[in-house]
Design a protein around this ligand. Structure first.
Ligand SMILES: Cc1cc2nc3c(=O)[nH]c(=O)nc-3n(C[C@H](O)[C@H](O)[C@H](O)COP(=O)(O)OP(=O)(O)OC[C@H]3O[C@@H](n4cnc5c(N)ncnc54)[C@H](O)[C@@H]3O)c2cc1C
Length: 412
């Protein structure tokens, strides 16, 4: 059996793995990537957050992405019946990027993988990790290439960026109850041949059907648009078992987008994912770190998945470099606690979205400028900025303000 050696083995060539690979390559640390699929391959997670731009830049990937002409995203719009909540990232509290992209992930992930290979990192495609044997910090990973050839990879450290493949979470029994539970999603793409010009054909928009149910519209620069619904698992039981039929039935419930998408054929049979949230008991251990979705996924409502995937990929790569250099690394403080600080902010926002409290703030008729700017910074992914009261006090502030709105004590 062929055996390879590397300092760092990265499992998965999604955004998390590619940012990790980009950083390590820049730092001259040896790494190789194994990826189960062949690229391009479909993936969901198409609306990015400005915070992730910092990570792409640090990993040396930003210029390659810029060259592709993806649809720029300057903010996001939320609509519920006649109410509107619109956020412009240039008006956010604090410093940081005020734009990013909306991307068809098949194309986007291919750009990242091509750039990583151009820089000299080897990616094995159609290479599925089957098993990992740890001996102290060293590991021997069994990989099957093209469903037939078995190889073994010896590594000093593994970055598991396998997304929903959840390689180490499954193998080491690390799965835990998710922080947000019981939501499903269904989504597809259309070619929008009659797309309106300007904002209506460019801006990501969320149409809220009820407190628990919402729809996304994400237009791409290639003329295709992503459409999807998220709700509690039970909501989906009210529709046909045939995904195409069900999706058409769901589209009829839209008020703002009344009939706009009904006549377009789906570019692929709508995909339904049940119970979309994920969690683990720990995100690092002897000789490995979990990054991106292989560690945790909350909910799509604030498009935070790729931002966390790249943040954790970059952070883990930085710590891994120190580790293989023989330096002492405090994984608990510098990785687990750091990541949880950001995730817990979004987790509060997602929970308060589904209680309806956050929706009261979003759809308030006379929003107070400072509050909107501070929320906007969170929506841009700046969830580690403790100068922002909506970060620092994330557990209480949304509920408190919602109650003040209810009692008409505050005009936000
Ligand atoms: C309905 C829905 C909507 C979403 N919308 C958004 C959004 O708008 N914005 C956003 O930022 N996020 C969104 N997300 C989240 C987003 O999809 C993920 O957070 C993001 O793709 C995670 O990136 P990743 O690099 O961790 O994993 P992935 O991008 O999933 O990459 C993991 C890679 O690992 C490979 N792999 C898996 N198993 C193995 C194995 N055994 N061996 C080798 N390779 C393997 C896979 O083939 C894959 O290419 C959404 C999620 C859902 C469910």
């Amino acid at each position: 059996m062929k055996q390879l050696n590397t300092q760092i083995l990265i499992i998965g060539a999604g955004p998390s793995g590619m940012v990790a690979a980009g950083y390590l390559q820049k730092q001259g640390v040896e790494c190789l990537v194994v990826e189960k699929s062949s690229f391009p391959r479909f993936s969901i997670g198409e609306s990015l957050l400005p915070k992730s731009m910092e990570n792409f830049k640090e990993a040396g990937l930003l210029e390659a992405i810029k060259a592709e002409g993806f649809q720029k995203k300057f903010g996001a719009r939320f609509i519920k019946e006649d109410k509107l909540g619109e956020f412009d990232f240039s008006e956010k509290f604090g410093k940081g990027w005020d734009w990013t992209w909306q991307v068809p992930r098949a194309d986007f992930d291919l750009v990242l993988a091509n750039e990583i290979q151009r820089k000299g990192v080897k990616i094995y495609f159609n290479a599925e990790v089957k098993n990992v044997n740890f001996e102290e910090k060293q590991s021997l990973t069994e990989v099957v290439i093209n469903s037939e050839e078995k190889i073994e990879i010896q590594a000093e450290f593994i970055i598991d960026a396998s997304g929903n493949g959840r390689v180490l979470a499954e193998q080491l029994n690390l799965n835990a109850s998710p922080k947000i539970s019981g939501n499903s999603s269904i989504f597809t793409h259309i070619k929008e041949t009659n797309r309106p010009k300007g904002k209506e054909g460019e801006l990501i928009t969320f149409e809220v059907l009820d407190t628990k149910t919402w729809f996304w519209y994400i237009p791409f620069s290639n003329g295709n648009s992503s459409l999807g619904f998220v709700s509690e698992n039970e909501w989906f039981e009210g529709f046909s078992e045939n995904n195409s039929v069900a999706f058409k039935e769901m589209l009829k419930n839209l008020k703002y987008y009344n009939n706009r998408f009904n006549s377009y054929p789906f570019l692929f049979e709508p995909v339904k994912l049940p119970n979309i949230s994920r969690n683990v008991t720990k995100i690092y251990g002897k000789g490995f770190a979990l990054t991106g979705n292989s560690a945790e996924f909350l909910d799509p409502i604030f498009s935070s998945g790729v931002a966390f995937a790249t943040e954790s990929g970059l952070r883990a790569a930085k710590l891994t470099k120190l580790e293989v250099e023989g330096k002492k690394v405090d994984w608990e403080k510098d990785y687990a606690e750091y990541m949880q600080a950001g995730i817990s902010v979004f987790s509060s926002y997602v929970k308060e979205w589904y209680t309806g409290n956050l929706q009261k703030l979003f759809f308030h008729e006379n929003p107070r400028t400072d509050i909107r700017e501070q929320i906007c910074a969170v929506l841009a992914g700046y969830v580690w900025d403790k100068n922002n009261p909506f970060v620092k006090n994330h557990q209480r502030i949304i509920g408190n303000i919602a109650r003040m709105i209810d009692r008409e004590e505050i005009n936000i």
